[in-house]
Design a protein around this ligand. Structure first.
Ligand code: ADP
Length: 178
């Protein structure tokens, strides 16, 4: 509790749709390397943002695992989309370091752009096969490590697709006193 007050960054875990977070300044995309639409998070964000999001992404493609880039959010109710390419589990190694890099780089970009409120999905735990509990641990540990360096980010929301994933993320958040 004391650390949370010191760092002044609120962390929460909600069940919902990453494409429907109108009170957030930025949403994070679990992108593919080509920054194209697809299934899961990328499909939902591209459908809501419109075709300009793919066009904007083409200037940055291809992404490397662990990398993050920022674009406009177009028709989404947010100012920015930050696109992260998570590791494919058991293929892109070391997967924990690459996943941590996604969260670190996304938060760094957000902070540099003066973003106060940012929503993350559960990167890599869909098509890329990362076990949810292990991924949640990497995400929360990374936030715990970098939060004191953040100047602008004050609110980090995890938007989980299922209540079961929400509970997994929230239990680890509490375990780490975030
Ligand atoms: P990755 O390719 O990085 O694994 P996915 O988009 O396939 O990314 O899935 C990441 C996680 O996001 C999965 O747990 C999936 O259930 C969840 N998810 C899928 N659609 C949405 C959505 N609209 N909002 C939030 N989370 C979503």
């Amino acid at each position: 509790m004391r650390q949370r007050e010191l760092s002044n960054v609120k962390v929460e875990c909600v069940q919902g749709d990453i494409a429907d977070q109108p009170d957030m300044d930025a949403v994070v995309n679990a992108a593919n390397a080509q920054l194209r639409s697809g299934g899961g998070v990328a499909g939902a964000l591209h459908a809501a943002a419109g075709p300009e999001l793919e066009e904007a992404g083409q200037h940055h493609a291809p992404l490397e695992p662990g990398e993050a880039v920022i674009t406009d959010a177009f028709k989404l109710p947010n100012d920015y989309v930050i696109h992260c390419l998570g590791p494919v589990y058991d293929q892109d190694e070391p997967s924990d370091k690459l996943l941590a890099s996604c969260y670190r780089e996304a938060l760094k970009l957000a902070d540099e752009h003066g973003i106060g409120k940012i929503a993350f999905p559960s990167i890599s735990t869909g098509a890329f096969g990362y076990p949810v509990e292990a991924a949640a641990r990497v995400a929360m540990h990374t936030i715990k490590k970098v939060r004191s360096e953040l100047q602008n980010v004050v609110h980090i929301r995890f938007v989980l697709h299922t209540t079961s994933d929400q509970h997994i993320y929230d239990d680890i958040r509490k375990e780490l006193s975030l």
